[in-house]
Design a protein around this ligand. Structure first.
Ligand code: MRU
Length: 346
């Protein structure tokens, strides 16, 4: 298979690789309405912070196509509701709110024109978000590559490749860039319970590209780090606070603790759109909690007693003090992150 195109907008629909079904089935999920796009984000047909943002932007385009016949008042009222519903699909990845905010400002700029013109403007804005995401992931990957030693063994968590990000990816973009530049790297991928993004998606993406990957159960990582078998840990982020605290897939925090304990560099890779400049620190980040069946069932098979109480947070926060560097499309940020992040604010 060639390049992975996880999302594509044709004349009237958003076509997404259905990430719930990989790697067993490579199928597509089509959204024709904004409600279908909302479902796709909530149910994780599409997931990964930048991909969620871009998909939601196209959800706004779908809404405009649905409501274009309503006349100005009805159109703008319905669009307001659609924007709010898309914005509320998942709470942690700030790229979602960032993309919806861009689409809202675009919509506002069309108030004096025709509705057809508004539809065109919104489509252009969503296309711009997608194109910029691709460009940013390439630049970020190149900056990240410079941090990867020749022959390095890299540990990663969750999925941060072309399925999660339009383009090369973030943490996995760094890995791809290092591999493509002939550094002879290899990867340990955490399986990433409960949704198995590492096993189902990261292992698949890396194997598609011929990058040496070894899949491990999440609880193996600490032993590998202690035994000196990991040169660096690279992960993505769903929201980075102004002080550098970073929310990412549940399990990231414990990796950061072990990496720090054994002096292994721990990098977070994310575009600047993942930084929430208004969020002072990790304690202010809303952590999504998902349903108990994600833990009590694996691929439809019950693995825990019926009725057991479950706690299923989808993300955790890695404190800035555990992070060696934050790789963005504008370069690598180093501690103290507060100052480095503030310098990016426009
Ligand atoms: O719940 P998910 O699969 O959307 O979580 C994804 C992650 O935590 C990724 O690491 C993060 O979004 C960064 S993707 C470049």
């Amino acid at each position: 298979m060639g390049k992975i195109i996880a999302m594509e907008f044709t004349a009237d629909r958003l076509r997404l690789i259905d990430q719930r079904k990989l790697p067993k089935e490579y199928t597509f999920f089509e959204c024709v309405t904004h409600e279908e796009c909302e479902f796709a984000i909530k149910d994780m047909v599409v997931r990964g912070a930048p991909a969620i943002g871009a998909a939601a932007a196209y959800g706004v385009v779908l809404a405009a196509m649905q409501y274009r016949g309503l006349g100005s008042d009805g159109f703008y009222a319905s669009m307001g509701r659609a924007l709010a519903a898309l914005n509320a699909t998942r709470p942690t990845a700030v790229n979602l709110m960032w993309a919806i905010d861009r689409m809202r400002r675009s919509l506002e700029s069309t108030r004096t024109g025709t509705i057809d013109a508004a539809c065109r403007v919104l489509r252009e804005e969503a296309d711009a978000i997608l194109a910029e995401d691709i460009d940013k992931s390439e630049r970020l990957s190149a900056f990240g590559n410079a941090l990867v030693p020749r022959g390095a063994t890299i540990l990663t968590h969750c999925n941060t490749g072309s399925l999660a990000v339009p383009g090369l990816g973030t943490a996995l973009g760094m890995v791809r860039a290092a591999h493509r530049s002939g550094k002879g790297i290899s990867v340990f991928a955490d399986e990433t319970r409960p949704r198995l993004q590492g096993a189902r998606l990261t292992a698949w993406e890396l194997m598609e590209e011929g990058i040496p990957v070894t899949l491990i159960a999440d609880n193996v990582a600490a032993t590998l780090i202690r035994d000196g078998r990991i040169d660096l840990v690279v992960v993505g982020a769903d929201r980075i606070a102004a002080n550098g605290d970073s929310a990412n897939k549940i399990g990231t925090f414990m990796l950061s603790v072990v990496a720090k304990r054994y002096g292994v560099p721990f990098y977070v890779a994310a575009p600047v759109s993942t930084i929430d400049f208004g969020c002072p620190g990790g304690e202010a980040i809303v952590i999504e909690e998902r349903g108990s069946e994600e833990v009590t069932y694996i691929e439809g098979v019950q693995v825990a007693p019926s009725g057991v109480r479950v706690y299923n947070p989808a993300f955790d926060v890695t404190p800035a003090e555990n992070i060696s560097g934050i790789v963005t499309e504008q370069g690598v940020l180093y501690p103290p992150f507060e100052a480095a992040i503030a310098s990016l604010r426009r």
